[in-house]
Design a protein around this ligand. Structure first.
Ligand SMILES: Cc1cc2nc3c(=O)[nH]c(=O)nc-3n(C[C@H](O)[C@H](O)[C@H](O)COP(=O)(O)OP(=O)(O)OC[C@H]3O[C@@H](n4cnc5c(N)ncnc54)[C@H](O)[C@@H]3O)c2cc1C
Length: 398
């Protein structure tokens, strides 16, 4: 039961790490542990399927760097392995004068992030997208769509072909590090590794706490609720359509996304959740709720964003309010067009002072590396994140 590498978490980050490690160290013994009975059951399997171009991110940040690299790497991976993807391009649409001013700042940000944005006048917007109205827009041609679960399936296949092992339905319950090894406890066995990489998404803080780390951040779950448009509206847009986001929040606003199966989804919003892996509107878990409420950072964050938080709750319950957010740029959508669609839950790391951790965050000990914050665009960025972690591990003990 001794391995060179153990990876916890069978989402896209854990799989990418395992895939890179196995490619680099063919003869090392590697094991991936996943608590669910299948791979990609949480964030990775409940997202919008967008390959982000890297419009919004602070230049020089890990998000900006990995998103740009991930865009190219994701298209390349899909081409090589025949996974459906499509470079649709994306339009960021300003609906009022205030948003038009923010649009200019986003245009500059695109240039700083080495994209090739195009400014679009209202008349040109009507030509490109007859159903969309706005005071102006930016076209980002690089953005696209993909099936992230398909990417995970292919990575898992390759890991197995390279003789990497995977154990599903195996929750990790304890981690103990000593100078010469790291021990991993599951329900029925104790495993040992030279190096452990933890990619636990919504449980990232709990796994860090298991090892005695991370008293300075907590994962706060934000549910992202979607609707799907009735199939007769599948041709209402040609590009992905995004509003201008609130700069105070790390969420992109309710958008219209073409999915790889041809359908169109509306969303996601961002509603504070009371169950980390709870996808229903009224899901509740005592432990998750207690951990949220007992964390000072939650109260500070809520105080800062009380207005927008309550608005998200109201629009979650009141479908007309939700609809209004999309009708401001796509007035042709009606209540009858919106069918139910499964939600996703974002893992957002929050610090004790209430700051939402904006960038990807990793923590290392001598024999472990924890992925503490990997929100969007982490699916886009998964391939370079895995490569980066593989490089960090190389510097660790053999
Ligand atoms: C609503 C929504 C929309 C999004 N849209 C996009 C998008 O369009 N484009 C984009 O790039 N990104 C998007 N993202 C972000 C992206 O999906 C995530 O950043 C990414 O999937 C994170 O992957 P992960 O592997 O870190 O986490 P996950 O996919 O959540 O995987 C973590 C895994 O760890 C396992 N695990 C946890 N605890 C244990 C334990 N104790 N033992 C064993 N296993 C454990 C879990 O079961 C899970 O399978 C979106 C996210 C959401 C929620």
């Amino acid at each position: 039961m001794k391995f060179d590498f153990i990876i916890i978490g069978g989402g896209i980050i854990g799989l990418s790490v395992a895939w890179h490690l196995k490619k680099r160290y063919r003869n090392k013994k590697l094991l991936l542990l996943e608590k669910e009975s299948g791979l990609a059951q949480h964030q990775t399997g409940h997202n919008s399927g967008v390959i982000h171009a890297g419009v919004y991110y602070q230049p020089g940040s890990l998000k900006a760097r990995f998103c740009k690299e991930g865009l190219t790497a994701s298209y390349e991976f899909c081409r090589q392995h025949h996974i459906p993807c499509q470079q649709t391009g994306k339009l960021l649409v300003a609906s009022n004068e205030n948003e038009r001013r923010r649009l200019n700042a986003l245009f500059e940000r695109c240039l700083e992030n080495n994209l090739s944005p195009e400014q679009i006048s209202p008349a040109r917007l009507r030509e490109l997208e007859p159903e969309i109205t706005g005071k102006g827009a930016i076209l980002v041609r690089e953005s696209g769509i993909v099936d992230y679960v398909g990417i995970c399936r292919e990575m898992a296949k390759q890991i197995r072909l390279m003789e990497g092992e995977m154990q599903l339905s195996t929750p990790v319950t304890g981690i103990t590090e000593s100078p010469d090894r790291i021990r991993i406890q599951t329900a029925d066995k104790t495993l040992e590794a030279n190096y452990l990489i933890i990619c636990a998404g919504l449980m990232a803080d709990r796994l860090a706490a298991m090892q005695g780390l991370a008293n300075n951040f907590r994962i706060i779950p934000f549910r992202g609720e979607y609707f799907r448009l009735q199939s007769q509206k599948n041709f209402i847009i040609r590009h992905l359509i995004y509003p201008i986001p609130d700069p105070a929040l790390p969420f992109l606003g309710v958008h219209l996304t073409k999915m790889i199966d041809g359908s169109i989804i509306v969303g996601p919003n961002a509603v504070q959740g009371w169950k980390r892996e709870g996808y229903g509107k009224f899901n509740f878990n005592i432990r998750d709720t207690f951990e949220t409420l007992s964390f000072p950072g939650f109260w500070r964050l809520s105080g800062r964003h009380l207005g927008s938080g309550l608005r998200e709750y109201c629009n979650s319950i009141w479908k007309r309010g939700y609809l209004a957010q999309v009708r401001k740029y796509c007035p042709g959508i009606t209540l009858q067009d919106m069918e139910s669609y499964p939600a996703g839950v974002r893992a957002q790391a929050v610090l004790r002072d209430g700051t939402m951790v904006d960038d990807f965050l990793f923590k290392q000990t001598a024999r472990s590396l924890h992925v503490c914050n990997a929100p969007s665009p982490a699916a886009t960025s998964a391939i370079p994140i895995g490569k980066h972690i593989c490089g960090l591990v190389q510097d660790g003990p053999g």
